[in-house]
Ligand binder design. Structure first.
Ligand code: HAM
Length: 560
């Protein structure tokens, strides 16, 4: 085969979405929009405002908040160095390598010149990233840059001189100084695609001084999250969450003296209201058959969770040989996570483990009781689940999860809980927090199941998003085209969906296309119609048609 023919045969490469990511297409996207619209409406009625967050954050933010031993941080994050960091890093490595090579040579003018010029380029890049805040703008970094600069300034004239002279000792000192100063430069950390958004909300709360606003601050968000998990139904590497967080600063002890009960009640009311809002949202979406599980995991103190964890660890160590390898590994690092295990053979042993409810301190016990009372008052149905510990480190006291039907093994459609102390851990003032995140992909899957079932039973789903059928404008002739353009504009402005064919078609073809597009009506515009000003409106289902004037058209359509 000739080269030309081979090239012709060569098929262009086809691209596919990356494993665990997917395209969301119409008409399904209409359902996504509807769900998001309901979230905007419902959350607003509870006084929440929307926050839009970046998709990348410093990796350190997630390490500190979600926890370095969690699956999310230890295995699932998409993490990479920032571009400029990589460049600086590479140049710094090259600088050190060149210095090592030059150390073994007698000072030669050309080699010195090229080393100084490379150092000068390195300094330019470091300066520009420093001034843009892309590397930490600390006093130490500024000092390192200034010192490199002054070394270059003192050596540049030396190598330019005709009669160049320097001792080997000076030269070695210069090389090691430059390498030492470059290494002292703190270039910054890694960045990660966000695996969740609670940490970002807390970061933003601190960064924008939201502690100064009237408390509590109520925020919600929606958007993509990224976790490198094994993809399956309801589990993706890019998935979408709709979440909400309530942040409430901790009042100084002296101002709540004698009001501990009131404070406890305030927290419990906030917890219950967040869950009530969630269930209101699910209700408005028409999600059916959900179960709300709640638990309290106490707080991190010896007379509360820490004491319980020690007991649990001791008991797990005693029955270690009955547990699978995952649970065995968790005994040391995070014994609470053993309670999450779904492994069949472990279940009888886990069921006999000590339970946290028996080890809560008095305050956590009172808080949990108050949350349940508040939920009862709001008529929110729930089940207690002592094994609900959640997979992120920041939780304390209330944890909750909601499961929905039609999802198979990935049936948690929402998870949340209280995280007092997280803002402080990230450098803010003592602050309490509670929130949740709904897995939007799973919510949509479950709604589609409900929809399927309700269409089997003939009951209309509350989320039915059948778009209104289009109105098809069948036009022929240039004069009719101008009229059709005007009519399309008027109709679209009035909110009608209009299909205007881009080229002239015979009326028969045009009407066939209108039927294909599931249009209910076609507006027929030919020379006759344009001349008489009387347009033909055809009902496609029965073929009947009538004459309407331009002025009557919208009123007629609204009536129909
Ligand atoms: P989470 O339990 O890790 O909590 O995630 C919340 C929900 O996101 C899950 O219940 C699930 O519906 C959905 N989800 C998680 N991973 C995936 C995945 N790979 N594919 C599809 N859906 C997924 C959090 O993210 C916390 N930030 C929630 C929170 C907010 N707690 C307090 N405030």
């Amino acid at each position: 085969m000739s080269e030309g023919a081979a090239k012709k045969e060569e098929k262009p490469r086809k691209f596919q979405a990356i494993r665990g990511t997917r395209d969301l297409l119409p008409p399904e996207t209409a359902l996504w929009n509807r769900v998001e619209q309901i979230a905007h409406e419902v959350f607003a009625t509870f006084g929440f405002g929307e926050i839009r967050l970046p998709i990348v954050e410093q990796t350190e933010l997630f390490r500190r908040s979600v926890g370095i031993d969690t699956d999310i941080v230890s295995k699932e994050m998409f993490t990479f160095p920032e571009n400029f960091r990589e460049q600086l890093d590479l140049r710094r490595d090259y600088l050190a390598m060149r210095a090592r090579e030059l150390r073994n040579q007698l000072p030669a003018k050309d080699a010195m010149k090229s080393f100084i010029s490379f150092t000068s380029d390195f300094l330019d890049l470091a300066h520009s990233t420093f001034s843009r805040g892309q590397i930490p703008q600390t006093a130490e970094n500024k000092d390192s840059l200034d010192q490199i600069h002054s070394r270059i300034l003192s050596w540049e004239p030396k190598v330019k001189q005709k009669e160049f002279q320097c001792t080997e000792q000076d030269w070695l000192l210069f090389l090691s100084d430059i390498v030492m100063l470059a290494n002292r430069l703190e270039i910054g950390g890694l960045i990660s695609l966000r695996p969740e958004a609670t940490a970002s909300v807390c970061r933003a709360y601190i960064e924008h001084g939201m502690q100064q606003l009237p408390q509590p601050v109520k925020l919600y968000y929606m958007g993509p999250m990224f976790r490198r998990e094994r993809p399956q139904k309801g589990r993706y590497r890019q998935f979408y969450q709709i979440g909400a967080e309530v942040l409430d600063h901790v009042r100084p002890a002296e101002t709540i003296l004698g009001e501990v009960d009131k404070e406890l009640r305030r927290d419990a009311v906030i917890d219950a209201e967040v869950i009530e809002m969630l269930m209101t949202f699910f209700g408005k979406c028409g999600l059916q058959g959900t179960t709300v599980y709640i638990n309290s995991i106490g707080h991190n103190a010896p007379n509360c969770r820490r004491g319980y964890v020690e007991k649990l660890r001791a008991e797990l160590t005693r029955i270690k040989d009955k547990l699978g390898p995952d649970s065995q590994r968790r005994i040391d690092a995070n014994p609470l996570r053993v309670l999450d295990s779904k492994l069949e053979s472990e279940q009888p042993y886990i069921e006999r483990l000590p339970r946290i409810a028996d080890h809560l301190c008095d305050e956590c016990k009172a808080h949990y009781a108050a949350v349940k009372r508040e939920l009862d008052q709001r008529d929110v149905k729930y089940q207690e689940n002592w094994r609900l510990v959640r997979g992120l480190d920041y939780y304390m006291r209330t944890t909750f999860e909601i499961i929905a039907p039609g999802l198979g093994s990935q049936n948690a459609v929402c998870g949340g809980g209280r995280y007092d102390g997280l803002v402080e851990l990230l450098g803010g003032r003592p602050t309490k927090g509670i929130g949740f995140a709904i897995g939007e992909d799973r919510l949509i899957l479950s709604l589609q199941e409900v929809d399927k079932r309700s269409s089997d039973t003939g009951v209309q789903s509350p989320l039915a998003t059948h778009q209104s059928p289009p109105l098809y404008i069948a036009w022929m002739g240039e004069r009719a085209y101008a009229t059709a353009l005007g009519a399309a504009k008027t109709l679209r402005n009035a909110g009608f969906r209009v299909e205007l064919p881009p080229v002239e078609q015979k009326f028969g073809t045009a009407l066939g296309r209108a039927v294909q597009l599931r249009a209910k009506y076609a507006l027929i515009l030919g020379d006759n119609e344009v001349t008489s000003g009387e347009w033909t409106l055809k009902t496609l289902a029965d073929g009947t048609q009538r004459k309407v004037s331009e002025q009557q058209l919208i009123a007629e359509l609204k009536k129909m």
